[in-house]
Design a binder for this molecule. Structure first.
Ligand code: ZN
Length: 451
């Protein structure tokens, strides 16, 4: 009954029109049709990189593209890692002359691994991303919507700029605002400019919804919110849907994918993938072997249409799984579970229990006034110490929140068992009221090992 009312993701029409243009039997709309297109594109990409990219010519020295006979054969190809695309080394990925590179993105990632990643795009690559944003956004916006973009918008060929162009070609008004710095100003702009849709980082939209009287001012004014740029805690989605009384959608992507990877349809039950441009695998992060559909593992991406610097089997460091049930919208496009985590945010306690930032997020974001959850795990010999800090919007009572937080922490079974076994110390939860807004940098679990 309900499924008949949910429109199919517009990504499907777009993707099948590309597939139809590239294949002879393009009229059908089946998984096998998508897969035979992807197989041919991977084979074309292999031929291209083996001929034009110095990196892959060396890495694939023993690979004969003609031996690639089915999609399953992709598991025989070597992975590409983040280390491979750092610094000047990244130039080895280019399959075009540097004059054909329209945009080079330098990504200084958090952590201490040194050189920045560099990702190259041609004009065609940027246009593909703009088209993905167009059809992906069509799933959630309505005629007359005005979309506020809380992403960097200083360049026309960055994620925010391309999203603005996509909205423009849909005939919608967009408001390039930039990353959140001042909640009061953002709320004023939403009200004065009749904004009806927000696109931003989860903790930025949360800060808007939880600060002062903004929830009361914005409640029921928005037709939708799209969360992007970092993984999306489900507790944040729940809080936003409740406070703002509007649907909250998840987008998954990273610069290496050309920013866009997959986005939810109106059903909001997982991200439909950009299957004409990307081939996504889930692999066991330890063995590298393919994981069956439905099983959690690392997301690995191969670009299918990238012109400037294609990537073969790029290990994203993100964890998710393919959903095995049909989407209520009826699309045949594959979906990723919208619970997508960073591998580096997970940790195994000395007690053997698996923990990490996602567990803490789901535990603490439901507390009123919490704007950000930060955690440090320190390990010394056979003992861990977990220190949690909660950033609160200024109106929150820090003492009361700290009391509630300690109870929550002690009630997490993995922690209680480890504390009872003398293998874990839980530091007092710090609650800090802060008026400054966290940056857009991806949130991470801090680790330290004392030897
Ligand atoms: Zn759907």
């Amino acid at each position: 009954m309900i499924s008949a009312m949910i429109p199919k993701t517009p990504l499907e029409d777009w993707i099948f029109s590309d597939i139809a243009a590239a294949s002879e039997d393009g009229g059908r709309r089946t998984r096998s049709c998508i897969e035979s297109y992807q197989f041919q594109k991977i084979r074309d990409t292999l031929e291209k990189v083996c001929a034009a990219s110095p990196f892959y010519r060396k890495r694939m020295a023993r690979v004969v593209p003609a031996d690639f006979r089915s999609l399953a054969d992709i598991s025989l190809l070597p992975f590409t890692t983040a280390a491979d695309i750092r610094g000047d080394h990244a130039l080895q990925f280019l399959c075009v002359s540097q004059s054909d590179v329209e945009r080079c993105v330098t990504l200084q990632t958090s952590g201490t691994t040194g050189q920045a990643k560099r990702i190259f795009f041609s004009r065609e690559d940027l246009e593909r991303t703009e088209a993905f944003f167009h059809y992906g956004m069509s799933a959630l916006v309505h005629d007359g919507d005005r979309v506020m973009i809380l992403l960097p918008c200083d360049r026309p060929d960055g994620a925010g700029g391309l999203l603005g162009k996509a909205l423009e070609r849909m005939g919608l008004k967009s408001l390039p605002y930039g990353p959140l710095k001042d909640v009061r100003d953002a709320v004023d702009v939403i009200l004065q400019r009749d904004v009806t849709c927000l696109v931003g980082a989860p903790i930025h939209v949360l800060a808007i919804a939880r600060s002062g009287d903004s929830a009361a001012l914005l409640r029921s004014r928005l037709s939708g919110v799209l969360l992007t740029t970092d993984y999306v805690p489900r507790a944040v989605v729940d809080v936003l849907e409740r406070e703002l009384n509007c649907p909250v959608y998840t987008h998954y992507g990273m610069t290496e994918m050309g920013w866009g990877g997959g986005v939810e349809c109106r059903a909001r039950q997982g991200c439909h993938l950009r299957e004409a441009d990307l081939y996504i695998e889930i692999v066991n992060p330890e063995t590298g072997f393919p994981a069956p559909d439905g099983v959690w593992g690392e997301i690995v991406v191969t670009t299918l249409t990238r012109v400037a610097a294609p990537l073969i089997r790029y290990r994203t460091g993100d964890i998710s799984r393919f959903l095995t049930t049909d989407c209520p919208c009826g699309a045949v496009l594959k979906r990723l579970d919208h619970r997508i985590y960073r591998l580096e945010n997970m940790a195994c306690l000395r007690s053997g229990a698996l923990t990490g930032l996602p567990l803490l997020d789901e535990a603490f974001f439901p507390l009123p006034g919490v704007m950000d959850v930060q955690a440090t795990l320190t390990t010394q010999l056979n003992r861990d110490c977990l220190a949690v800090s909660l950033m609160l919007v200024p109106e929150t009572d820090p003492d009361r929140t700290a009391q509630a937080a300690v109870q929550i922490l002690m009630n997490i079974p993995e922690f209680r068992v480890a504390v009872d076994a003398g293998m874990l110390t839980l530091a007092p939860v710090r609650c800090i009221c802060c008026s400054s807004i966290p940056t857009m940098q991806k949130r991470c679990l801090k680790r330290s090992i004392i030897s």
